[in-house]
Design a protein around this ligand. Structure first.
Ligand SMILES: [Zn+2]
Length: 361
C-alpha cells in the first residue's frame, strides 16, 4: 500500500531543506504544513518541536522522529543510484533522521487516503536530537497521552528493533597545576597537562565490556610552549546499559584523575552529570511483541538489538512510555558516506502500517 515514488519524493524534498541542530525553523514550517494538510492538529513549541495528533480507535501510539541533522549538513544534494540514496559526497545525507520523518509522513498519507483503521496517533518530531536530545528533553511530555510508541531513528536491516540503550554520564574535569617559566624554574611548577596525561593512561577507556564504553574526547589547556601549564580541561563520557557498571566505570575515571593529581601535587575538579537515562524493554513488552509481529506480517524477520548510543527514545522511556527504535535502513550516519536503500524505507513504512492495523483491530 505504500507509495514508493511518493515516499522517495518526500524524503528527497526533506533532505534538501537545511536543518542542522538549532536551525530547524524552515523544516519545522514545512512539516507543520504537511501534517496540517493531512488533517492532523499541529502544535509547535518555542523550540520548534512538533506534536501533531490524529484521532483514531484503540490504544494511542506515538510516532517519533527528529528533524535536525549533524554537520556538514548545509546544501545537501541527494543522488539516487541503483535504488540507494546518497549525498554528493560533500555533506551528510540526513537520512538520520529525515528517513524517519518521511516514513511517518508516508504512513499518515496512506492511512488518510485509504481510510485505514488506525489508533489515535501522536506524531512527535523533535529538534536538536543530535545535540544531547535537547528537543525531546524540553518537550512537554505531560501533554502526550500515548503510553507506547515507535521512534524511527535507527539503522541496520529492516526489522531491526532497538530495545535497549545505555545510560550516559558526562565526565568533565579541570586539573589545576602551577604555572612557572619552563626554562628557569620548572621544578617549582606543577604540570597540569602531565597530570591529565597520567590520569588518562591510568584509567580504563574505550570498549570496557559488551554494554559499557568510556571516552575522553577533548582536552584544552596550557598557555605557551615555555610555560608549565597550570590548567587543563578534559571532556569525557561513560555509557552503560547497566547502571551499576556505569557507576563503577565513572568512579574509576574520577579515581584516576584524583590519584594522578595527588601524586603530582595538583588538584582536580571533576563534574559528573547524567546526560540521559538508559532503558531496556523486555521481549514481552507489548510494543516489542506487536512490532515483531508486524515485521513478520511484512515478510521481515524482526531482530531485537541493544544500542550503544542514546536517542529520543531514552527520554520517552524515562517518562514511563514504552518506545522502541525501529530501523529505517539508514547507514553510514554522521558521515559524508551516509546513504539509505529505498527498499528499506519502504519496508519500514510497511511494518508501521501493519503495526497500526494490528493495534486498531
Ligand atoms: Zn538520529
Amino acid at each position: 500500500m505504500i507509495n514508493e515514488t511518493r515516499l522517495v519524493e518526500t524524503f528527497l524534498d526533506l533532505v534538501r531543506i537545511d536543518s542542522p541542530s538549532g536551525e530547524e525553523a524552515a523544516i519545522a514550517e514545512e512539516l507543520k504544513d504537511r501534517l496540517g494538510q493531512l488533517g492532523l492538529t499541529v502544535e509547535r513549541d518555542e523550540m520548534n518541536n512538533i506534536v501533531a495528533r490524529l484521532p483514531g480507535q484503540g490504544e494511542a501510539l506515538i510516532l517519533a522522529a527528529h528533524m535536525d541533522t549533524v554537520m556538514p549538513g548545509h546544501g545537501v544534494k541527494p543522488v539516487v543510484k541503483d535504488g540507494v540514496v546518497y549525498s554528493d559526497g560533500s555533506t551528510i545525507l540526513g537520512a538520520d533522521d529525515k528517513s524517519g520523518v518521511a516514513v511517518i509522513l508516508e504512513v499518515l498519507q496512506t492511512i488518510v487516503e485509504c481510510e485505514l483503521p488506525h489508533p489515535p496517533l501522536e506524531v512527535v518530531i523533535t529538534v536538536q536530537e543530535e545535540t544531547g536530545l535537547a528537543g525531546a528533553k524540553a518537550l512537554d511530555k505531560s501533554r502526550l497521552q500515548a503510553k507506547m510508541g515507535i521512534s524511527f531513528d535507527a539503522g541496520e536491516l529492516p526489522g531491526t528493533i532497538v530495545v535497549s540503550a545505555p545510560s550516559h554520564n558526562f565526565v568533565s574535569a579541570v586539573v589545576h597545576g602551577k604555572a612557572v617559566h619552563a626554562g628557569t624554574q620548572p621544578e617549582r611548577g606543577v604540570n597540569a597537562l602531565l597530570v591529565a596525561a597520567q590520569a588518562l593512561v591510568d584509567m580504563p577507556l574505550g570498549r570496557i565490556d559488551e554494554e559499557t564504553t568510556a571516552n575522553f574526547g577533548r582536552i584544552k589547556g596550557g598557555r605557551a610552549r615555555n610555560i608549565v601549564p597550570d590548567r587543563v580541561e578534559l571532556l569525557g563520557e561513560a555509557r552503560s546499559r547497566r547502571l551499576d557498571k556505569l557507576e563503577a566505570q565513572t568512579a574509576k575515571m574520577i579515581e584516576a584523575l584524583e590519584d594522578a593529581a595527588q601524586r603530582h601535587g595538583a588538584t582536580v575538579d571533576v563534574e559528573v552529570t547524567r546526560a540521559y537515562d538508559g532503558y531496556t524493554l523486555a521481549e514481552e513488552a507489548v510494543v516489542v511483541r506487536r512490532l515483531a509481529t508486524a515485521c513478520r506480517a511484512s515478510g521481515v524477520e524482526p531482530s531485537l538489538v541493544p544500542s550503544g548510543g542514546g536517542s529520543d527514545a531514552n527520554i520517552f522511556n524515562a517518562h514511563g512510555m514504552q518506545v522502541v527504535n525501529l530501523s529505517t535502513g539508514m547507514s553510514g550516519v554522521h558521515s559524508t558516506e551516509e546513504h539509505i536503500a529505498i527498499a528499506d524505507m519502504v519496508a519500514c513504512a510497511e511494518i508501521a502500517l501493519h503495526f497500526m492495523e494490528d493495534l486498531s483491530s
